[in-house]
Design a protein around this ligand. Structure first.
Ligand code: LFR
Length: 494
């Protein structure tokens, strides 16, 4: 029996969940939810991390009120790559930047030219994305904030520090910085120095499943928590926590952590940094219990989220269910785009950008909102196939089933399209995989469960996924995929 508070921070919302483990089953109750989003300041896009902290404290107090017994642990997970900088007194220097800010434009290309992409990939095994912490730090080299910094705190570590008073960098979060050596699990200090970053700002590393310290006494008092729970480092990177709770019974699965991003990949025991993995720009992210997630970021439901925001600005407020129904009603086989086109990464008029990409590839632009969302979803499903085939080739094995977890589980149209285009069953659920992974890794830290296998068995016993079988009409989906390859000029794996 155990009770845990999971703080799960996403780019669109933050959730605080009360998790209970009893009799081999786990339950979650959402006790607090708040909106998250970029904070636009004169110098670019940031996160209002102090406001997030306040919401987290409200959430912890709400969990304390709701729980019918003592709470054992509290842990935070969040999106990757972003960070706060602390001065020598441990004070936060400015508001952390948002990874979709433009300050990193061109930085990655210049740095890799300077210090050699092959070496960076061999050392870190991380896919090159312009917003990896490494490139964000290089973008602020010489700036007042970095000059004054004595410690770097990734977002989950920063919140963990504010709750426990102990600053450590949990390894799954560290792995998203592209400053962790994938071979040794220690900081790649030499790489930091070659990139012109003072390696002294990199805090001590800890593994997921480490008790950091007791919750600070004043927070515990304000929340009415007695006895005082432990603050625990779990898979601080949300994707790491999400994959912990994939309800797989054996190892021949692929996962798709589906939310703002689509993180599609396979779990391995050891990283693969071969020339082929590098040419496919695959990442080897650190997981819980020593696992590696060989995966690729696909742009994900960000496309839909940004379309929705644009239409709302124009006065048409559709919710996600309505958008999904409109997409479902639009005919199969409209225009397709590469969802990972760099033009689609930053906030802005997404429907217009999608239309431009379609026209540039000689296709008519989507006619209306339904067709635009349909274009985004079909394009995502096609990109999943390209990525999964590449990953399977590098991993040297085939996935019999794809487990979809996260908020994207609710998008039945996308789940079905994924099954159809990937030509294999998709098992969708649980929706709250990240918070579950957070909770179950706390249970692991406290000795309430003893392995990743046991965690997955508990999740599988507690949640039944929805199963989507691939369509029997293979020709239609093979044709769709062939057209995707033609219009995007992407090369298939084999
Ligand atoms: C998902 C995620 C991805 C990371 C992206 C940006 O929420 O953590 O894994 O690449 O956000 O940080």
């Amino acid at each position: 029996m155990g009770r845990y508070v999971a703080v799960d921070l996403g780019a669109e919302s933050g959730r605080v969940q009360l998790g209970t483990l009893a009799g081999g089953r786990v339950e979650l109750e959402e006790v607090h939810r708040f909106v998250n989003g970029p904070l636009k300041l004169d110098d670019g896009l940031h996160w209002d991390v102090r406001a997030i902290h306040r919401e987290v404290l409200h959430g912890i107090a709400a969990a304390a009120r709701r729980a019918d017994g003592p709470i054992d642990g509290i842990a935070v997970d969040a999106w990757g790559c972003d960070y706060g900088l602390l001065d020598r007194d441990g004070k936060l220097l400015g508001d952390p930047f948002h990874y979709r800010d433009h300050r990193t434009d061109g930085v990655m290309e210049r740095l890799l030219e300077e210090i050699g992409a092959d070496e960076v990939y061999a050392a870190t095994g991380i896919q090159f994305m312009p917003f990896n912490t490494l490139f964000q730090l290089v973008a602020e080299r010489g700036g007042a904030r970095l000059e004054a910094a004595s410690a770097l705190a990734t977002i989950p570590d920063l919140l963990g520090y504010w709750l426990s008073g102990r600053l450590a960098c949990e390894r799954t979060a560290a792995s998203t910085t592209q400053l962790l050596d994938v071979r040794t699990g220690e900081w790649a200090r030499e790489l930091a120095v070659r990139a012109g970053i003072d390696a002294a700002i990199l805090p001590p590393l800890v593994d997921a499943g480490t008790v950091l310290a007791r919750l600070l006494p004043e927070i515990a008092r304000d929340a009415g928590l007695e006895p005082v729970p432990d603050v625990i480092a779990v898979g601080g990177h949300d994707t790491a926590s999400a994959v912990v709770s994939v309800p797989a019974r054996d190892s021949d699965f692929a996962f798709l952590s589906s939310g703002t991003w689509s993180l599609l990949g396979m779990e391995l025991d050891a990283p693969v940094t071969s020339a082929e993995a590098r040419s496919f720009n695959l990442t080897n992210e650190g997981g819980v219990a020593g696992t590696i997630r060989l995966l690729r970021n696909v742009m994900g439901l960000w496309l839909v989220q940004e379309c929705r925001r644009q239409w709302a600005r124009e006065g048409a407020d559709h919710d996600y269910d309505a958008l999904q129904r409109m997409a479902q009603a639009a005919p199969l086989g409209g225009p397709l785009v590469d969802p990972d086109a760099p033009e689609l990464l930053h906030p802005g008029d997404m429907p217009a950008r999608i239309a431009q990409l379609c026209e540039r590839a000689g296709q008519p632009a989507p006619r209306d909102a339904g067709a635009t969302i349909r274009c985004a979803l079909e394009s995502l499903a096609c990109k999943y196939r390209l990525v999964l085939e590449r990953i399977e080739r590098v991993a040297g094995r085939r996935a019999a089933v794809v487990h979809v977890v996260g908020g994207g589980v609710r998008n039945a149209t996308l789940c079905q399209l994924a099954a159809d285009v990937l030509d294999r069953p998709v098992h969708a659920g649980p929706v709250e995989a990240t918070a579950l992974g957070n909770v179950m890794t706390q249970a692991l830290a406290l000795g309430h469960v003893d392995s990743l296998e046991q965690i997955r068995a508990v999740v599988a016993a507690s949640f039944s996924p929805a199963v989507y079988e691939p369509s029997a009409d293979r020709a239609a989906y093979e044709q769709l995929y062939a057209r995707f390859l033609t219009v995007t000029r992407l090369e298939p794996a084999a």
